[in-house]
Design a protein around this ligand. Structure first.
Ligand SMILES: [Zn+2]
Length: 499
C-alpha cells in the first residue's frame, strides 16, 4: 500500500484507496481521475486553499489519480489524503510511515467531521495500520476497540506531527457509559391503560412486534414512545452495529446504551424508510436497527411503502442493488404500529359514537391486514379514558425502570435457552423451531387446539400465539407454557381491530 492511504465507502464498508499525485510544469491546473463523485471533484478548491494555509502555493499541472480506477470514490473524506499526497509530491513532506487518513478540509485548513469514520477504523484495524481522523470523529472511533487512531484538528497540526515536530494525540478507547437509561416518557406518567401496559411489557420482553389500536387522544403514541424505555440496554456488540449505521450517515454516536427509536410518518418516501437512492445510504429501518421502528397512523401508509418494508422485516437486513453495486444494511427492529379503530376514529369509544357505515368499517378492517400485519405478534386496544377516569388515577403507576428489570430477566432466560439455536429472543424463532421446541402438555395442547379451531387460526397464527405464550411464561419465570399463558396470548389476537 501507498504510504498515504485513503478510504472510500461502499455501504457500511470502508475500502482502501491509493492517492497518487504527479506535478509537472505549465499552467496551474488540478485534475482528478479515478471515478470521483462531485464532492471529490470539489475537493480541488478546498485542498488548494488549505495547502496555502500551510504555506504551500500549488503551481503547475497537478494530476491526482485515485486507485483502483474502477471503484467509485465519494465524499469529502478524501480531502486530507489528497492534500498530504500533494505535500509529498512537492517534497514538502518527507516519507512517512504508512497510515490511513480521512477528513474534509475547510478553506483555512481545519479538519471537519466526515462520515464513515467507524468503517474506516475497522479497515485500519484489519490492516494493522494507524488511522488519522478529524477531532470531531474521535468519540465514535473511541468505541472501536483495538484500533490505533489519532485525532487531528487541522492540516497544519498534522503536518507538524508527520514532520516529527509534535506528538499526535491518540484517540482514547472508551466503552459506552453504563448509566441508567432514562425513560422519557416514563410508564409512571401514563394513567390507567393496564392492558396496554401489560402488552407493551410482553412485546418488549420477547421482542414482539405490536399494534396499538385506539381513538385519537387515547395515548397510544405515548405508550409507543414509553416502550423504548423498558427495552434492555444495548450490548457492546449491538452498540457497535448501531454505531456503524450512524457513522455511515455521518451521524454522531448516541450517548449511552439506549436503543434507537425512529418514528416514520406516512408521507415518507420508500428511500428514506428502506434506504437507497444514488448514494446507497441506509434508511430509517436501518437507523432503527436493534431498536424500535414506530409507524404512527399506520392505516394512512400507502400499500407500496408497507410492501417495501416486508423484506427488511423478514430478513433482518436491507439489500440495495444499483448499477453502482450492491450494499447490505442491518434492519432488526421491533416494529410498533399505531392506528385508529375505524375511519372516524370512534369505534368503541366510551364517549363519542362511531359514524362509519358497515362498508367503511369493512374497508378499514382490510387496511389493518396484509404483509406487515402478518408480522405483528400482539394487537391491543388502547381505549380513550373518560375525564372522571383520568382524575381517579391519583396514585402513580409502576415506573419504566421496574418494568425494564422484569423485561431484562425474561430476555436473559430466552438468550440462554436459544443460544444453541443461534437466536436471542422468542420473536425471532422460525416456525420450524417453534414446532420442535415449544412442547405442550396434552391438556394445554387440547386447549390450544380447541381455541385455534374456534378462532380459525392459521398455522402461522398458532405459532405466533405459542411464541407470545412462551414470552408470558418467561416473564412469569415458568419453565413450561401453561393454559393461562396461552389464554392471555390468545387475547392479543382477538382484541384491537374489533373492540
Ligand atoms: Zn368509525
Amino acid at each position: 500500500m501507498n504510504e498515504i492511504g485513503a478510504v472510500t465507502l461502499r455501504g457500511m464498508e470502508a475500502l482502501p484507496v491509493e492517492v497518487e499525485v504527479e506535478i509537472t510544469g505549465g499552467l496551474f491546473f488540478i485534475s482528478i481521475v479515478g471515478l470521483p463523485d462531485a464532492a471529490v471533484k470539489e475537493s480541488r478548491e478546498r485542498v488548494r486553499a488549505a495547502l496555502r494555509s500551510v504555506g504551500l502555493p500549488l503551481k503547475g499541472r497537478v494530476a491526482v489519480n485515485l486507485a483502483p480506477a474502477d471503484l467509485p470514490k465519494e465524499g469529502a473524506l478524501l480531502d486530507l489524503p489528497i492534500a498530504l499526497a500533494m505535500m509529498r509530491g512537492t517534497g514538502m513532506l518527507k516519507p512517512v510511515r504508512p497510515a490511513f487518513y480521512m477528513g474534509e478540509l475547510a478553506l483555512d485548513g481545519r479538519l471537519r467531521r466526515v462520515r464513515g469514520a467507524v468503517p474506516a477504523a475497522y479497515l485500519a484495524r484489519a490492516r494493522g495500520l494507524p488511522l488519522y481522523i478529524p477531532r470531531e470523529n474521535a468519540e465514535e472511533v473511541g468505541l472501536v476497540k483495538g484500533v490505533e487512531a489519532y485525532a487531528v484538528g487541522s492540516l497544519t497540526e498534522l503536518a507538524a506531527v508527520l514532520r516529527g515536530e509534535t506528538e499526535a494525540s491518540p484517540v482514547t478507547v472508551s466503552s459506552a457509559p453504563d448509566a441508567p437509561i432514562e425513560a422519557d416518557p416514563d410508564f409512571s406518567d401514563i394513567k390507567g391503560q393496564a392492558a396496554a401496559r401489560r402488552a407493551a411489557e410482553i412485546a418488549a420482553a420477547g421482542h414482539h412486534n405490536i399494534l396499538l389500536v385506539g381513538s385519537p387522544g387515547s395515548g397510544k403514541t405515548l405508550i409507543a414512545k414509553a416502550m423504548n424505555g423498558i427495552l434492555p440496554p444495548l450490548s457492546d456488540e449491538e452498540l457497535l452495529e448501531t454505531l456503524l449505521v450512524r457513522s455511515t450517515l455521518g451521524l454522531p454516536a448516541e450517548p449511552g446504551r439506549r436503543r434507537p427509536f425512529r418514528t416514520v410518518h406516512f408521507t415518507a418516501s420508500s428511500v428514506s424508510i428502506c434506504g437507497g437512492g444514488n448514494s446507497l445510504r441506509p434508511g430509517e429501518v436501518s437507523l432503527a436497527h436493534r431498536g424500535v421502528l414506530f409507524l404512527d397512523e399506520f392505516t394512512e401508509f400507502r400499500r407500496d411503502l408497507t410492501e417495501s418494508l416486508r423484506a427488511p422485516l423478514e430478513d433482518g437486513q436491507v439489500v440495495i442493488s444499483r448499477a453502482a453495486g450492491t450494499v447490505t444494511y442491518p434492519s432488526r427492529v421491533l416494529l410498533i404500529l399505531a392506528a385508529n379503530p375505524c375511519a372516524c376514529g370512534h369505534l368503541g369509544d366510551p364517549a363519542e359514537k362511531c359514524i362509519c357505515s358497515g362498508v367503511e368499517l369493512e374497508r378499514y378492517r382490510r387496511k389493518l391486514s396484509g404483509p406487515i400485519l402478518d408480522r405483528v405478534d400482539l394487537q391491543i386496544a388502547v381505549p380513550r379514558l373518560l375525564t372522571e377516569e383520568l382524575l381517579s388515577f391519583s396514585g402513580s403507576a409502576e415506573s419504566s425502570a421496574a418494568i425494564r428489570e422484569r423485561v431484562c430477566r425474561a430476555r436473559r432466560v430466552q438468550q440462554k435457552r436459544w443460544a444453541p439455536c443461534g437466536f436471542s429472543c422468542n420473536a425471532e424463532l422460525p416456525e420450524k423451531i417453534v414446532r420442535r421446541y415449544l412442547v405442550l402438555s396434552q391438556e394445554t395442547l387440547d386447549f390450544l387446539a380447541g381455541m385455534a379451531g374456534r378462532l380459525r387460526l392459521s398455522g402461522r397464527g398458532i405459532s405466533r400465539v405459542l411464541k407470545v405464550a412462551r414470552t408470558i411464561a418467561d416473564l412469569a419465570g415458568e419453565p413450561d407454557i401453561q393454559k393461562p399463558h396461552l389464554a392471555e396470548s390468545l387475547m392479543y389476537r382477538r382484541q384491537g381491530t374489533t373492540t
